[in-house]
Design a protein around this ligand. Structure first.
Ligand code: GYE
Length: 327
């Protein structure tokens, strides 16, 4: 009995010592990174608390960060917050505790990041806001790399104006409520939409196919025969919306659709005649973000805002371009 207790006691001590060793990484800061100014990618521990896996855009974004880390030799600490801000915040706190070199944050929503950004700043860990924006003061983070969501909304409206030159009634399937992507696209769209086009309803489909479908079903019931067009904030929701339109017996073009992302799914919808314009949003941000993270580790100057160069895709080129699409 005594021996058993002694053994158990020693075992507990051993586990405690081992776990202390594995979590007690040195607290490095950007300025104090010991390799600066000659840090290489193989010196970098990079934290990416991904916001979720809600869309093909997101899957491609995750793949870009994982594959590029593998190619460069960056040590990536990756997590998936399942579209919950509190999960992203705790993943960030864990990275701060581990003393990572740089954090890339793709924020699920815009508000509420001040406390954790302040904690990162106090720990000397630079944060690059990736993809969507935050409302926090820009002194709390190093830079933002991502799309101009307002411009995407404007581009979507320009296409809707061309599709409905005599005006009409449209619905909007918007992205996650409170996300920089949904807010920017909605505002940009309204800024450029012609006065003779009326947005009769707007509901969120949370950027997913599964949630986009019932939203469109409800629109079709509520405004039977009245809808001329739909602005849909991403291709995955467009896929769900088209399923609803098919079930309701609609044909391609009965309701014109402008979507966003330019994923393979969106290209297929253009080829099949359902989507008339797809505003590009590029998820392949890994290489750019790691380059900036390395510059930060080496104490170099960086741009405080880097917006992705994007375009609009149309059905007439969709079949030719689809085979070369990376996402
Ligand atoms: O458009 C959508 C994804 O934040 C730009 O998030 C991103 C958006 C993208 O779920 O498909």
């Amino acid at each position: 009995m005594f021996r058993l207790k002694t053994f158990a006691f020693l075992a507990v001590i051993a586990v405690l010592i081992l776990s202390a060793c594995s979590t007690a990484a040195p607290q490095e800061t950007a300025e104090e990174t010991s390799c600066a100014p000659n840090c290489e990618f193989t010196d970098m521990v990079f934290c990416y608390p991904q916001l979720g896996a809600e869309s093909d855009w997101r899957t491609a974004n995750t793949a870009s960060f994982k594959e590029t880390a593998g190619d460069l030799g960056v040590r990536l600490i990756f997590s998936d917050a399942q579209q919950k801000q509190e999960n992203q915040i705790s993943a960030m706190r864990s990275c701060i505790q581990q003393g990572v070199d740089v954090i890339g944050l793709p924020p699920v929503v815009e508000d509420g990041w001040e406390p954790v950004l302040t904690e990162a700043k106090e720990a000397g860990i630079p944060v690059i806001i990736v993809d969507r924006s935050v409302t926090a003061d820009s002194s709390l983070y190093a830079s933002h790399i991502g799309s101009d969501m307002f411009l995407e909304g404007q581009r979507a409206a320009d296409e809707m104006n061309k599709l409905l030159p005599d005006g009409g009634k449209i619905v909007e399937l918007s992205g996650t409520t409170g996300s920089g992507a949904a807010v920017g696209r909605a505002e940009g769209f309204r800024a450029n939409l012609n006065d003779n086009i009326e947005i009769v309803d707007s509901q969120t489909g949370n950027f997913t196919t599964a949630e986009g479908k019932p939203v469109m079903e409800a629109f079709l019931k509520k405004y039977e025969g009245e809808i001329d067009g739909a602005f849909i904030h991403n291709d995955n929701m467009a896929i769900g919306a088209v399923e609803a339109m098919k079930s309701a017996g609609l044909e391609p073009g009965d309701i014109v659709i402008v979507s966003v992302d330019g994923t393979r799914g969106g290209f297929q919808l253009m080829i099949d005649g359902w989507v008339q314009a797809d505003v590009e949003c590029n998820p392949l941000l890994g290489p750019q973000v790691y380059d900036m993270a390395l510059a930060l580790m080496n104490g170099q100057d960086i741009d405080r805002e880097v917006l992705t160069d994007e375009t609009v895709y149309f059905p007439n080129e969709a079949a030719d371009l689809l085979p070369s699409r990376k996402y």
